[in-house]
Write a protein that binds this ligand. Structure first.
Ligand SMILES: [Zn+2]
Length: 479
């Protein structure tokens, strides 16, 4: 490949000189990178929502979503952790059995069992996606050598001059946004410390999610003692709320937002440069509202109206981060797809996946209105599968791995859960835009059902390659 190399020194950054290449596409010149993680969303979670939405083509056995079509590449992704311990330095040779093996996974007699016993948690998976390093279950960017793993993709993006952000439909200090947001902790449950790192590190320009201390899962004011750990503890939270009450007030440079109106104000026009958004609901935007175990169909229990949708949060985040002419890196998590999988709640699973698909649609719209696919890379994936979802008769040995059954738009597809936990199943990766082809190059393993696949650590390597250099100087980059 013929290249002309231009060295651009970054002034005022601790980073050494990095190379930008033009006019051809090489390392570092993907202006915007957006990673969207459906937590727990295996293949059949994506398919179930598509069927319910009437976006399923029976003839081709394919969905007709915004992420389908010739412009998109699709590969599989393995998600296994380094080991099944929840503390460092417990790896032994047995853990090699964790590595995804198609022959074990698709065995009619033992496949479900193997997939069920060997799985990552969201912390180890988030670490693999954020740093390219496998670690033990429970670790937030923390190694099996009992040390922090740095840099994370958020750090690399920020050092390149891009803006960085994380958005989640669960508490913003939960495992996935914590790992993707660059926090470091030996235990994912150290929410208070994790939240403070995310706020104080100066890496993140947008942090958004649930976890509000003063509201319950139905968005009503709490009557008992509030829980402050998801937002950094009582002292941090009081400082956040004091800054929010002050016109243009900030906390560690972040403008706090909280009410639905405050979130809506970010959707268009001028915004603060950096934002910390905590929606007025406890654990999740919608999933944990009442009715979860009783609902037969999606939306049997009306959705909460006092909180933004994940799509609105995402659009607001892009509007804030997109002010930076040097580009952005953003992670968006559909965080409660996993929770519905744990609960074996088919209706909520579909609701949460649709919430996530609508956020994907918002990102595609933003790219096409404010950027284009020649300078932006959009990646959709999951951190692992949850619930081992297959068709209605899939418990019987002769019907193992039976596809789920479409019942038409607005009807629950027929499906069955085989687990209340995560599984070691492959998950899909969809990608479009500048650099998407890298996923095809890296997918050098083959699954007999899913086709070419790569590992979750490869997702980090693609993103790191994409943002490791500066984009063209702002004057050249501006459109
Ligand atoms: Zn997860």
């Amino acid at each position: 490949m013929q290249t002309r190399t231009t060295k651009i020194c970054l002034i005022g950054l601790t980073v050494v000189c990095l190379s930008a290449f033009s006019p051809r596409f090489l390392m570092g010149d993907v202006k915007n990178v957006i990673l969207m993680i459906g937590d727990g969303a295996g293949y059949n979670h994506w398919i179930a929502a598509s069927m319910y939405q009437g976006r399923w083509d029976a003839e081709s056995s394919q969905s007709t979503q915004v992420y389908d079509g010739d412009d998109w590449i699709e590969v599989g992704c393995s998600t296994h952790p380094l080991n099944l311990s929840d503390t460092p330095q417990k790896t032994d040779v047995q853990d090699r059995q964790l590595i995804y093996a198609p022959a074990r996974a698709w065995d009619r007699q033992t496949g479900y069992d193997w997939l069920n016993r060997m799985f990552t948690d969201s912390a180890a998976a988030g670490t693999a996606l954020a740093t390219g390093v496998k670690t033990y279950n429970n670790a937030i960017n923390w190694s099996d050598l009992d040390r922090p793993i740095l840099p994370t993709i958020a750090h690399i993006a920020a050092q390149s001059g891009r803006s960085a952000g994380v958005v989640a439909s669960v508490q913003w200090s939960h495992a996935t946004p914590a790992a993707m947001g660059g926090a470091r902790a030996a235990k994912r449950s150290d929410y208070e410390a994790i939240a403070n790192q995310m706020i104080r590190d100066g890496i993140l320009d947008v942090i958004m999610g649930a976890g509000h201390p003063d509201f319950d899962d139905d968005g009503r004011p709490v009557t008992n003692e509030p829980t402050h750990r998801y937002v950094g503890g009582k002292e941090t939270w009081e400082a956040i709320e004091a800054a929010r009450a002050t016109p243009d007030g900030t906390y560690h440079g972040l403008r706090p937002v909280s009410t639905n109106a405050e979130f809506q104000s970010l959707l268009s026009g001028k915004t603060p440069r950096r934002v910390l958004g905590t929606a007025q609901v406890a654990r999740t935007l919608q999933y944990a509202r009442k009715g979860g175990s009783d609902d037969k169909n999606p939306y049997d229990t009306p959705r909460l109206t006092n909180v933004p949708t994940l799509a609105q949060m995402t659009q607001g985040a892009l509007n804030v981060l997109g002010q930076n002419p040097r580009g952005l890196w953003l992670m968006v998590e559909g965080g409660a797809i996993d929770w519905a999988g744990h609960g074996n709640q088919g209706a909520r699973l579909i609701e949460e996946q649709i919430e996530f698909v609508e956020a994907i649609e918002a990102v595609v719209q933003w790219i096409e209105a404010n950027s284009d696919w020649d300078e932006t890379l959009l990646i959709l994936t999951a951190d692992h599968e949850t619930g081992l979802v297959w068709g209605p008769d899939s418990a019987e040995e002769e019907h193992r791995f039976q596809p789920i059954v479409d019942q038409g738009a607005g009807q629950m597809p027929l499906l069955r859960f085989h687990s209340k936990e995560h599984t070691n199943s492959l998950v899909p990766v969809f990608a479009r835009g500048r650099g998407a082809q890298w996923f095809v190059e890296l997918a050098d393993r083959t699954d007999p059902v899913r086709g070419p696949y790569l590992d979750n650590t490869d997702v980090f390597h693609v993103m790191a390659r994409a943002v490791s250099g500066p984009v063209a100087a702002p004057a050249e980059a501006s459109r």
